[in-house]
Design a binder for this molecule. Structure first.
Ligand SMILES: [Mg+2]
Length: 242
């Protein structure tokens, strides 16, 4: 069995990993339910709901794209525009407002407990930390209040990647930027189908936040299913793998 080298960096997903996504979705569902009043139009609110639903569905379908010849940034909007008969620009404006800007104010209250302490511990242990998400990362990181500087901040739509998880390109690009072997970078996510599969395809050890109890971390097996339930569990993982 291939022996894992010491972990020297931790790469994390953001949504559902650094904060509780279900809680944020609940808050946004409430805000969206009041859209007819805030927008002053039921028709306009229906348009927003439809565009957001199509955008989420379209995003999931783009995961299967192996090697897109066009930029995913524009494709994610044009696919929706075609379906709901509006312009790509209109889709982009609504997605930026309702999916990127408005949820920002809820991030801090939805933050997972122990997140700050984890980043502090990782810094004390000399581990490099970074994020790789399918969605834009900069504004979310500012709102979440990460206590240490991150050395890698990547999004699947960055031109150097142009692929959503579970495509391993983004995972491998992070390793390239850190000049580390994939076996030296631990990936932390919350979805088995995209985070675990992507990390596995890149040859990276990984752990997944799950409500199920932990099955432990075996540093000598790179592809075994591993679950953690909180950041304390992640701190135990990095202690055992460094
Ligand atoms: Mg996630």
């Amino acid at each position: 069995m291939k022996r894992v080298r010491q972990i020297r960096a931790v790469l994390l997903d953001i949504d559902g990993t650094l904060y509780h996504q279900q809680a944020l979705r609940g808050l946004m569902a409430f805000e969206l339910s009041t859209a007819p009043f805030s927008l002053g139009s039921i028709r306009e609110a229906l348009g927003v709901w439809r565009i957001l639903k199509c955008f989420r569905e379209g995003r999931e379908s783009l995961r299967a794209m192996e090697d897109p010849r066009v930029s995913l940034v524009s494709l994610q909007y044009s696919l929706v525009a075609e379906r709901v008969c509006v312009t790509s620009r209109e889709v982009e404006i609504i997605v930026r407002e309702w999916m990127y800007r408005r949820p920002l104010k809820y991030l801090k209250i939805c933050r997972r407990r122990g997140m700050v302490e984890f980043f502090q511990l990782a810094a004390e242990m000399g581990l490099r930390t970074g994020v790789f998400s399918d969605y834009p990362v900069r504004e979310k990181l500012q709102e979440l209040g990460i206590p240490v500087p991150l050395t890698v901040e990547l999004c699947g739509t960055d031109p150097e990647i142009n692929a959503f998880k579970p495509n391993p390109k983004g995972f491998l690009y992070a390793c390239h930027l850190w000049n580390l072997d994939p076996g030296e970078v631990l990936y932390v996510g919350d979805r088995h189908d995209v985070d675990a599969c992507g990390a596995k395809a890149a040859g990276m050890p990984y752990v997944i936040f799950s409500r199920r109890t932990s099955r432990g971390f075996n540093a000598s097996a790179t592809t075994e299913l591993r679950s953690i339930t909180n950041f304390r569990g992640l701190c135990d993982v990095i202690h055992s793998a460094t």
